[in-house]
Ligand binder design. Structure first.
Ligand SMILES: Cc1cc2nc3c(=O)[nH]c(=O)nc-3n(C[C@H](O)[C@H](O)[C@H](O)COP(=O)(O)OP(=O)(O)OC[C@H]3O[C@@H](n4cnc5c(N)ncnc54)[C@H](O)[C@@H]3O)c2cc1C
Length: 460
């Protein structure tokens, strides 16, 4: 079958390999590297192999690469999805040794050296699994429908919809209890994502939405940040955790620590001890579970389902198969687990590209050494916590540093400019540009509207 045919028939099971099979770029005799996942890790491997004598196939179920650290800003209407996601094809369009496939990986046939995908099996000489992680509800999968998490663009637009709809529905609700419940938001999990979401929802309700609603006062929204552990941001020193908590409380967020959630339903969150909180909008930012890369390989995992890998990031007993990023479990030189963050995934991606190149050159490469640059989280306007080695920043300086780092790491000049301009506009005007409720919206039952709107909206 000529190469064009394979593109015309996206669903025909196809095999893409090293023996002149359709789709493989470059000379057919080159080794074929298949990378699954175009996130931080997978993209870095692909780029690292740009000049290597290999044919690369990069597979992702989406056609875009997503900058997850700013997803919470899409969920809270600061940025639009296109500001933080880019077509993978465009990112790699100048790389001549790569083929991109939009497909879902479903398994690995180790004996046949094939990755099994929704579009058919694909032969590999080297395989890199960089499929990231998903939410973990700690065995309570039934909570997922009431408290969705934030991992990709779809999650972010769905959360944005839920948050904005809650305000719209509160505006037409007649019962004070219903309004109170609709204006209550619970974020479960006090890590960086939970802190960022809580701060951002507080800001949107106190500032951007406040003047636009007439029957309810968005400033009265109850925002709960619930953490099972004793403090927020456990990866940071206690002083910075305490600072984050203080700032959030000053913004009107109720921070509950040491309060594990034991039940979540359509209209409530129940805490250990039995306290049930009436909350319409719940967001899960508590647990992470690796994608099933290790299961596909039948490999050993840690408790979060991450594949235990060798020092060179290959799978034990499979020197040509690598697992990286959030899907991999490995420790640093101090014996601490390498964290599931973007720099770690990128460093692993660089490392695997170097290992493959070294292998092809007949040399060896040293084991993976993780370098931790630091931890940072933003809380809201003029407020962030940053820890870089012994260096700590809070307040405006921390916030500026956080902003510069995030703009710097975005892909492409257009996005850097768009995001920086959106932030500037947001800073100057308190407005949120992306306040769109998309998708089918079931109208809330309109009962009797509050008789005296003014009484619900106290003067500023
Ligand atoms: C909301 C949020 C905020 C974050 N904030 C920060 C932060 O501030 N700083 C930081 O350093 N880190 C942050 N992280 C963590 C960081 O984003 C991850 O550690 C990093 O993305 C991991 O990279 P990865 O390559 O392993 O996986 P990912 O970047 O998640 O990429 C995985 C890719 O694999 C694809 N994929 C998955 N399964 C399949 C399949 N079966 N078939 C085909 N394709 C598949 C996905 O579509 C995706 O493109 C955040 C994460 C989230 C969710």
């Amino acid at each position: 079958m000529p190469a064009e045919d394979s593109r015309d028939e996206p669903h025909a099971p196809e095999r893409i390999g090293t023996e002149g099979e359709p789709g493989a770029p470059g000379p057919a005799t080159r080794p074929h590297v298949v990378i699954v996942g175009a996130g931080f890790g997978g993209l870095q491997v692909a780029r690292g192999l740009a000049r290597a004598p290999v044919n690369v196939t990069l597979i992702d179920r989406h056609n875009y690469h997503c900058f997850q650290p700013l997803l919470y800003q899409v969920a809270t209407a600061t940025l639009s999805p296109a500001d933080i996601a880019w077509p993978i094809r465009h990112i790699l369009s100048r790389q001549s040794n790569i083929t991109l496939l939009m497909a879902r990986a479903e398994g690995v046939d180790r004996d046949r050296r094939e990755i099994l995908t929704s579009e058919g099996p694909i032969r590999f000489d080297f395989l890199v699994l960089a499929t990231g992680a998903t939410h973990s509800y700690f065995g309570h999968e039934e909570w997922a429908r009431f408290a969705p998490g934030l991992k990709n663009i779809e999650d972010a637009t769905q959360l944005r919809r839920r948050i904005l709809l809650a305000f719209e529905r509160a505006e037409v609700a007649s019962e004070p209890d219903t309004r109170r419940r609709l204006l209550s938001f619970a974020i479960i999990g006090g890590g960086p994502t939970g802190v960022e979401l809580a701060g951002s929802i507080a800001e949107i309700s106190r500032h951007a939405l406040a003047p636009d609603f007439k029957r309810v006062d968005p400033r009265t929204a109850r925002i709960l940040l619930i953490e099972a552990g004793e403090r927020l941001l456990p990866a940071l020193p206690e002083r910075l955790s305490a600072h984050a908590r203080e700032r959030l409380e000053a913004m009107g967020v109720e921070v509950l620590t040491g309060r594990p959630v034991i039940d979540i339903g359509p209209d409530h969150v129940t805490l250990e001890g039995g306290e049930s909180l009436p909350v319409a909008t719940k967001i899960w930012a508590a647990g992470v579970r690796a994608s099933p890369a290790a299961q596909w390989l039948g490999a050993e995992t840690d408790r979060a389902g991450r594949c235990r890998v060798e020092p060179d990031l290959s799978v034990p007993g499979e020197p040509d198969i690598f697992v990286i990023g959030d899907a991999a479990a490995i420790t640093d030189r101090q014996g601490k687990p390498v964290p599931g963050i973007a720099p770690a995934a990128k460093q692993m991606g660089d490392h695997v590209a170097a290992v493959i190149e070294a292998r092809l050159a007949g040399t060896t490469s040293p084991g993976f050494r993780y370098r931790h640059a630091g931890d940072l989280a933003t809380i809201g306007r003029n407020a962030a916590v940053v820890k870089l080695g012994r260096f700590e920043l809070t307040g405006f300086l921390g916030w500026m540093f956080w902003g510069i780092v995030h703009v710097y790491f975005l892909v492409g000049a257009r996005n850097r400019i768009t995001v920086a301009m959106s932030w500037l506009w947001n800073y100057l005007t308190y407005q949120r540009a992306a306040r769109l409720i998309t998708g089918d919206v079931e109208p809330a039952p309109v009962r009797e509207l509050p008789p005296d709107p003014a009484s619900l909206h106290p003067p500023a």
